[in-house]
Design a binder for this molecule. Structure first.
Ligand SMILES: [Zn+2]
Ligand SMILES: [Zn+2]
Length: 415
């Protein structure tokens, strides 16, 4: 009897872990090119931080949080997203200031208690960036273009953008009022959650996934129609730049992204490698959150990429090269003397930075060659008893099957 992995989580096995390493490294390299620096925050935070920032009436806070009490009775929560922790840490260490631009990125696991389904885990991984201190629409465009650069570095096919503007403190009340007016006539035919939301947070009705609510949601007023002049100007500037940089996008009036803190721009990035419904990444502007969490008013924008989704795309084989599990060199030996020499050469090859391995089970030479093939070794150095006695080893190129005799005193050079 074995134990099994907890529901909604999975083990990432060695072959897939190679993809994860490539993905994470590419994220780091691309973010770095645009001057983003990494921040690492704890896996858990005070529950209050998430309730305050994401919003008590959101699905995340009301249904999906891994909340627990520690031994002193403090309420803690495994982070369901990373924007609030980054703001918390940025304020705590004075990284976020209204008079300067601060660019941060993160990579790591997040936790949400959701019904497990394809592509959705209870422990999942995100990479994301947050920019603080600038209200410039060019920053909104910069973070969207970062997605494009990342996709192209991963050799993934084209992306398209779903974009919307959800307004600001000034124009939100009018939108809220229009939503209330729209929904109030049919609210009795809608789900219990929506009935609750109507009073407390009518915007969240737009996130509802219940079938019976959809026809009312489809006809709801759009936030872009109630934007104030400032929000309208900002949205127009973002759209113009996306056009200029030839980003494919559609304005999606229903895009409100399930969190309370968004203002102005909100967007989702879709890869053409996935179905139309599958956003790989999402984000937006959140100009009020820093002040909401105790800082001075500081505009901000960011996004988070779902890494499981990207791994899925990477696995689908739309990329050009094959397995990343290759070894540069395998050393096959026969007899004790050959084994010792082989081990010495193995260590020297690794010191030169080549990936190399040998057999440690005393298998037959033929079995060792099969293993080398299975490991995807590019070269195999064969050290047999007879050959060594005659003063040479055999270097085999696995691709061409060409074999070369190498004199013992030159072996060190060829490994
Ligand atoms: Zn506005
Ligand atoms: Zn509903």
């Amino acid at each position: 009897m074995y134990y099994s992995v907890p529901r909604g989580t999975k083990d990432i096995l060695p072959e897939e872990a190679l993809l994860w390493q490539e993905l994470e490294q590419t994220c780091r390299d691309i973010f770095r090119l645009s001057n983003y620096l990494e921040i690492r925050t704890p896996i858990f935070e005070s529950t209050e931080l998430f309730a305050r920032s994401i919003g008590k009436t959101t699905d995340i806070v009301s249904k999906e949080m891994y909340e627990f009490k520690d031994r002193k009775g403090r309420s803690l929560t495994l982070r369901p997203e990373e924007t609030a922790p980054v703001v918390r840490a940025g304020l705590e260490h004075s990284l976020i200031r209204p008079d300067q631009v601060t660019k941060l990125y993160y990579i790591g696991p997040m936790f949400r208690y959701e019904r497990p389904q394809a592509g959705r885990q209870r422990q999942f991984h995100q990479a994301g960036v947050e920019v603080f201190g600038s209200a410039d629409p060019l920053i909104d465009v910069e973070v969207i273009l970062l997605n494009r650069q990342l996709f192209s570095a991963l050799r993934l096919k084209g992306l398209s953008v779903n974009i919307n503007s959800v307004g600001c403190k000034k124009c939100r009340p009018e939108f809220r009022k229009q939503l209330k007016d729209h929904f109030k006539y049919n609210i009795n035919k809608m789900c219990a959650d929506c009935q609750n939301r109507l009073e407390h947070n009518p915007l969240r009705i737009l996130d509802c996934k219940e079938a019976k609510c959809q026809k009312y949601i489809e006809l709801a007023p759009a936030s872009v129609d109630t934007l104030c002049d400032e929000c309208k100007g900002h949205f127009g500037a973002v759209i113009k730049q996306l056009d200029y940089h030839q980003v494919k996008f559609v304005v999606n009036k229903r895009l409100v992204r399930g969190l309370d803190y968004y203002t102005k721009t909100s967007f989702e990035i879709i890869s053409s490698n996935l179905g139309a419904q599958n956003a790989v990444s999402g984000g937006g502007r959140y100009d009020d959150l820093v002040a909401e969490l105790g800082g001075k008013p500081t505009p901000a924008v960011g996004f988070a990429i779902g890494l499981e989704r990207l791994i899925e795309v990477m696995k689908k084989g739309t990329r050009d090269e094959g397995r990343g599990t290759q070894l540069d060199l395998f050393i096959a030996t026969l007899g004790d003397k050959a084994r010792e020499l082989g081990f010495d050469l193995l260590i020297k090859a690794r010191q030169k930075g080549r990936s190399a391995d040998m057999d440690y089970l005393g298998k037959a030479l033929k079995t060792q060659l099969k293993l080398a093939d299975k490991l995807g070794a590019k070269q195999v150095l064969i050290l047999g008893e007879d050959e060594l006695n005659k003063g040479y080893g055999i270097l085999k190129d696995m691709k061409t099957s060409k074999q070369t005799e190498v004199r013992i005193d030159s072996l060190e050079e060829v490994v």
